[in-house]
Design a protein around this ligand. Sequence first.
Ligand code: OGA
Ligand code: MN
Length: 200
Amino acid sequence: MKQLIDAIATQGYFVWDDFLTHEEVIALRDCIPENWKKARIGRNDEVIREKTIRSDQIQWLNPTMGEPVAQFLTKMEHIRLAANQAFFLGLFEYEAHFAKYEKGDFYQKHLDCFQGNENRRLTTVFYMNDEWSTEDAGELVVYDLKDTKIATIPPKSGRLFVFLSEQFPHEVLPTNAERFSIAGWFRTNGVKNNHLDIAS
Ligand code: OGA
Ligand code: MN
């Protein structure tokens, strides 16, 4: 945890390999229900635009999906508390979805705090791809705000990538093999349309 906090403080992101063991990843994948839905952009269901931006399918995590999911969420809670203690970010809650990218699926370059999601502060992406190899592609490419490429991250099983949501545009290159991840966001409370936005 200290390494994560130090890296976020100095460079804004951290790659945490072996965040979960092989067995834990298998158990987590076994919890995913067969209930995939095409991902949408923002909260306004801009379905038409969305197809050209991302083509993955998602399901929001929920602790009732099984003990491994509940344990994953507990680990995220530990990160939330550590980040709040170190950075006074006021992170309030965590939302996360499983994502499935089938052959050819991608997610074009974007920031995670786009319209409707302005109060996302810290992003986590966890990978669940056993025996990933370079031919499988689907790497996450990370840029800085000047559009300089700063990292290319293979979606290797057990790896957790954490970064400041507002600092790093990123994209998922088209994958050649089925690709599973959990994308999640720590959010602050915000005021939106004159309503206190607590968990929408
Ligand atoms: C996202 C995202 C990255 C990945 O869902 O916002 O950027 O590697 N996912 O799955
Ligand atoms: Mn993203």
